[in-house]
Design a protein around this ligand. Sequence first.
Ligand code: SF4
Ligand code: SF4
Length: 392
Amino acid sequence: MAGRQTAEWLKGLDVMSRVAVIRCDTYEREEVAAAVRQAAQSLGTEIASSGEKVLLKPNLIEALPPEASGTTHPEVVRALVGLFREKGAEVYIGDSSRFGNVGNTSKAFEVCGMARVAEEEGVELVNLEADDVIKETPERDILQKIYPAKTLEAFDRIVSIPKLKTHMLMKFSGAPKNLVGCIPGGGKALAHAIGNTTEKFARMVVALTKVLKPSLSVMDGIWGMEGNGPVYGEPRKLGLIFASENPFALDWVASGRIGYEPREVEIIASAIEEGELVPEEIEVIGDKVLQVDFLKPTEEKARHILDHFLSRLSAVTFAVRVPRPTVDKSKCTRCGECVEKCPEGVISLGSRVKIDYSGCIYCYYCMRVCPEEAIVLTNPRMVKFVKRVLKI
Ligand code: SF4
Ligand code: SF4
């Protein structure tokens, strides 16, 4: 990406994939700050230069309170704000939560405690939910119509700050997977539809990581989530902060600490295949820690059957479950702004504004640019039907 700092490991230099593992027992502010500082410093790398714009990217998958352990704890993010500020960097916190409705990310900022940290530290929040996209990136053959948010171009560095979690589909949710939140709106659902097997989705996550080039990854593993993560599991204490310049190396070490054979995690296997991770070169530094076996997702055994099933159905289910942008005729002034700005050129202006959903990437940028707020999200009929039946 133009103007972006390239992490050392992506320059193809002969560097070791160092992973710092530092003990941290509580979310007390001083304790977290000390552990995060020790983790970053022990990597022996310059985390930023003065004047650089740095985006801290926590995992805010849903509007869950910090104690649910489904999202990155705000104190870990606060610690990184302090560290990067010491280097003279301009720091921002940004994400795009799970698709479903525009407004999810603002809600997540509040409920996850990120808005409070941002206010107390004087940091701007960056909502990537409804955004234009960067279309000219490498890895197009794998990513196809999955594009990162255009706003990311404004930053010199992206720092991935994942929460340590099990994952019902991908087994483990770590630093590379966290970057899926850099895809705006329903594009995340589209990624699951295009990457409709765990193997394809893993390749997509690896490709996205290569495009976004996070310069540092710091994982909140103080409390993680076990069982049916990334949102339906239970909190479990591990008491660790992990840090690395190589997000795949970080996942290798962290997934091993909770009882996975890392090569079984498809994102890690795919990174090895792509040459992004050489396990023999991983150097673990910091505290000696014991393995804590997290409960694995109960759905894991059914995963391969599901894979098979979903690979045939995901394109269809995508069309019936992901909210679509639709035009409220009573508000539309036919100004043409959405037609001009739609990155895929699928909006046309005839006697009325029309969206060709077959080419839509569900970035929801049209909603952001419409001066009349005439574009709204509408649930497909199937979702409405299910909601009516289940009374939800
Ligand atoms: S931007 Fe809004 S008001 Fe303008 S044409 Fe599109 S939907 Fe209508
Ligand atoms: S119509 Fe265009 S701008 Fe709107 S969500 Fe689809 S691709 Fe994005």
